[in-house]
Design a protein around this ligand. Structure first.
Ligand SMILES: Cc1ncc(COP(=O)(O)O)c(C=O)c1O
Length: 425
């Protein structure tokens, strides 16, 4: 069939569907006047280590989440280390965590001497599967880590229910989910402790930075004891003050430059999340109408945000068996910054990494962990959903600052490729 030149696929020499400049529309972090002024104010103050800006950021972060304590850290990894330390975890303890995550969700468990036990994810949410958590609970289990992947809240009701029934603590890794809600309540406010990363790519970026939040005074004090020696002398529990000249060995306070950027990011968080969400919803609703493409359906009680994961599921059978890779290739040639298909890099989970398969961390060899190590399995074959490479997804940008015109061009790119599916075999 001959097609008008304007409608020809870019792959076949036609004009691409996406022609607008995408640099600004997709740029992150966003730098506006407030970001520059905030950093300049710290610079000119000369207070580059200890600054009232850091305390102000903590107060605002705590108020946003409606919690008693927020402690800003050098990064999210430090905040997670502090979370496990705050709970008093150590050798002989097991912590159930997802494996399909950035390493900092689980590695600080080893840093306190405890053992991560990985649970599989639910293929619909890509978050830790409560049913698999239940299967992994042992007499040594002390805590569960819920990581809200890509901004999608975990199923917190069954997780909190399991925790209550088994007397376990819950740590939320909310590094991807600033501002998301589950059943009306913000992620980070369900568990005993939550940690957030503020690294540059995150929804509330400060450059490098992290925050631990909790309502529990003991956990707050232990957080300060671990890595904030300059504040130990002010702790309400006088006995703790004797550690003020040493701390417990770490120095985790946030840089005031980061705190200043974090304050601006927090003030703009809801508006910026809203813009991403509106843009993504606009595109997904339209792609869902096309043959072979399906947008994920969210339960009504989930108000997710998009650190990542805007995607459609591809069904080749609705497009005459056209392989997903070919569809993605054609989209890319149309100028759409998409990824997906079978060529997507898939690392297969933390549990397949050498530090676990070779038991390369000293915590694995602590005598108190011997019983756990005789039972806990790592390596391929232990977490089927986590290990399965996603084959049928097409990932989209998060469109942080895109206008309708660009979104319409993306939709048109998909429409065009779907319309020409027969020419692509
Ligand atoms: C899920 C998750 N947890 C923790 C972290 C660690 O945070 P940071 O990089 O600020 O140390 C990150 C990312 O960086 C992350 O993606």
């Amino acid at each position: 069939m001959s097609v008008a030149i304007g409608d020809r696929l870019a792959l076949h020499g036609g004009p691409p569907a996406v022609t607008l400049d995408q640099t600004e529309a997709l740029r992150w972090p966003i730098v506006e006047r407030e970001e520059i002024d905030a950093v300049t104010a710290v610079a000119t103050s000369g207070q580059w280590s200890l600054s009232p800006v850091s305390a102000a950021f903590e107060e605002e972060f705590a108020a946003y989440h409606g919690v008693r304590y927020a402690v800003a850290h050098t990064n999210g990894t430090a905040a997670l280390h502090a979370a496990f330390f705050a709970l008093g975890l150590g050798p002989g303890d097991e912590v159930i965590a997802p494996s399909a995550t950035y390493w900092a969700t689980a590695m600080p468990v080893l840093a306190v001497g405890a053992i991560p036990v990985f649970a599989d994810i639910d293929s619909a949410t890509m978050n830790i599967d409560p049913a698999d958590i239940a299967r992994r609970i042992s007499p040594r289990t002390r805590a569960i880590v819920a990581m809200h992947g890509g901004g999608m809240p975990c199923e917190m009701d069954p997780i909190m229910d399991l925790a209550r029934r088994h007397g376990l603590k819950v740590v939320e890794d909310a590094s991807h989910a600033h501002g998301a809600r589950y059943k009306g309540r913000r992620t980070g406010t369900f568990g005993d402790v939550a940690a957030f990363s503020l690294q540059t790519s995150k929804l509330c970026p400060s450059g490098e930075g992290g925050v631990l939040i909790t309502n529990n005074q003991e956990y707050f004090e232990r957080t300060i004891l671990l890595g904030h020696y300059e504040r130990i002398g002010t702790l309400p529990t006088e006995a703790n003050q004797r550690f003020q000249h040493t701390s417990y060995g770490f120095k985790y306070r946030i840089s005031p430059f980061s705190a200043a950027l974090g304050r601006v990011a927090l003030a703009k968080l809801d508006a910026r999340n809203q813009r991403r969400n509106d843009n993504i919803r606009y595109v997904l609703e339209r792609l869902d109408q096309l043959p072979g493409l399906q947008a994920p359906v969210l339960p009504p009680y989930i108000e997710r945000v998009y650190y990542g994961q805007p995607r459609v599921i591809y069904d080749a059978t609705a497009l005459g068996g056209l392989p997903v890779d070919r569809f993605v290739e054609a989209l890319k040639r149309e100028g759409a910054r998409v990824s997906g298909g079978t060529t997507l890099r898939h690392r297969g989970g933390l549990h397949t990494q050498p530090v676990f398969t070779e038991r390369a961390h000293p915590a694995f060899h602590h005598p108190a962990n011997a019983e756990s190590m005789a039972r806990v399995r790592y390596g391929p074959g232990t977490l089927p959903v986590t290990e399965a490479p996603p084959r049928n997804r097409i990932n989209l940008p998060t469109f942080p600052r895109a206008d309708r015109d660009l979104l319409d061009q993306y939709v048109e790119a998909f429409r065009k490729v779907a319309r020409h599916a027969d020419d692509l075999h």
